[in-house]
Design a protein around this ligand. Sequence first.
Ligand code: NOJ
Length: 755
Amino acid sequence: MKGNSVIYSLFISTSLFLTNCEKADEPVKNNKIENLLSQMTLDEKIGQLNQYSIGAELTGPGAKEGQNKIRYEQLKNGGVGSVLNLLGAKNARETQQFVVDSTRLGIPLIFSYDVIHGYKTIFPIPLGESASWDLELMQNTAAVAAKEAAASGVMWTFAPMLDISRDPRWGRVMEGGGEDTYLGTEIGKARIRGFQGNDLSDITTIAACAKHFAGYGFSEGGRDYNNVYVGKHQLLNTILPAFKAAAQLEAATFMNAFNDIDGVPSSANEYLLRELLKGEWNYEGPVVSDWNSFGELITHGIANDKSEAAQLAINAGSDIDMEGSVYIESLKQLVEDNKVSEGKIDDAVRRVLKLKQDLGLLDDPFKYFDEEREKNTLLNADHLELARDAGRKSIVLLKNEGDLLPLKAKNIAVIGPLAKDKDSPIGNWRAQGETGSAVSFYEGIEAALPEANITYAEGCKLSIGPNNFFNEVEVEEEDRSGFQEAINVARNADVVLMNLGETAYFSGEARSRSEIGLPGLQLELLKEVYKVNKNIVLVLMNGRPLTIPWEAENIPAIVEAWHLGSMAGHSIADVLTGKYNPSGKLPMTFPRSVGQIPTYYNHKMTGRPSTDPGMVFYSHNMDIENSPQYPFGFGLSYSTFEYSPIALSKEVINKGEKLTVSVTVKNTSDVDGEEVVQLYIRDVVGSITRPVKELKGFKKLMIKAGESAQVDFEIGEEDLAFYRKDFTFGTEPGDFEVFVGTSSSDVQTATFKLN
Ligand code: NOJ
């Protein structure tokens, strides 16, 4: 009998069972999986745990050559459970058909892909979008990314990245929600909700993946793939809350991190996987390795060969082997040798089958593949409009001296290597975002200001040679031939818009930098232009916080515009012209220098935070102040806001009680504007040292010119709880400080007591 008919007959019997017994849906569903599992051979089970990156050629003309030959055979014989990077409704349908027809049980594949900030319509890079502090927006952009991806046959994305990171040298900060646990967790939840919607089997939603579990954002020195050393309290209080929330929200899958933590690589980390995720947190989804991260257990030096690597990974609780061929080559023998129990394999397979069931694939393996829908969905006008809106909401106004912005001048020079670059705004991890498809900064300005006299000079180049996902970026450091033209253009303008920063491939995976200033000749160019015209608006495009001490000191207006995606130029123009009043706030601290790193707002006090003037024995650097260039939560608006002192509903609360914290925020300007009102707390004395401030809430609201708004926050026990000295989670009685303000360093303060 053909495989699919086995599955279908199984469905008929289970649905009869359902009508007969009128049982709740869930146990019956699980029954379905048990039935299927009971029919599978050990080889077929192991096949479900095997994942490859394949192109459409695997079942086409090139199928039987080289490495493809092995994969072709495995695909044909039920040796592959899911694939990544195979795209397009037509290609996916053909491959699915091949698998369903040729394998004994006809269990369909899952098609997966890195859909990080859009599929074809590209939204701001996640770090940039996080600056919007707009959770609804982030949920919406993830939902559109899912809709487009699903229309192209993708059912599972490897996102969101939940790695908290405090090191801007790490190139992958562009993929996450920034440095803060609370904000990062809320953003992660919004993105998961966006990708998954309410029903995974809906053809417009896709499965999310909480990655990288865990600690990847703490790689030593910010160097990608490097080792991680974090204490258990730090792990529990800072790194894991976003993952725990993702598990509670039923993010469909988790992904192992590449790194070790204090000697134990994540793919073989029983504590993380079995004890916490699948134990304490009761997580029921599958955990996928990162790309060959099981194979890398050999390179890490904790396994001698693939067999040992497979044994470590499966026993630790890792379920799917992405591109490692470690499980497919070794698991069977390991079971026969009694080194791995078949029960562990069954558990992993159940998780994979459950995902297939939740995606609706066991009912209809072809439901996602509709070429007509694909054509009508990708780059839909509404999606592009959302990209424009997401772009402008992600922009952070860092400085605006002398009200240079919004633009009033008519004689405008646009200068910089990124100004006409239609590719960099697409950012790294761009899925199917086409090379060179963004609205450039120049195009945006030109379209927004048809009456203005706009001149342009590139000034310098940013990199030499290939600029793509796979190649090392080589920074241009010699060619000053464009400087003179830039100087000439600047001299004759009322205002100079300088568009500087990083191309898309200065950040992302494997894009760590040891210096994070403007790369190449850009600062030199900026200084030359500044000599002839000081009316400069510096528009930064970058995938990480940069060190910009000279710029911050000298340039009157600075706009952080990240890599904003398909509509970047229009989004930036909306802000520069005042069509949109900027409302973004930094999700990550901008340090003054690399030597200051890590610089993050919620650090501990230390025993010596400061001292009397003139005394040297306190925690500091001799050559730079401790404060950052721009703190977490910081961002200006064309409006100005004034905060009232904090009013508390009580000054003492008992366990289980709540407290209301209120402030009145007044828009003291004559322009309507949005403000992100931020709430922080400090637990003054604890059983372990506690951060000087921790974000515990925020509200983004529009306040009309001259008007005031009262903002109330409720603080309850869960906001004050943490993993205590004995690693239990809960509160400790004592004094708390509460802060409300416009950034982590500009706040009103009050105190209360928890009994
Ligand atoms: C490696 C990256 O670390 C991970 O985030 C990504 O999902 C996989 N490659 C698949 O592309």
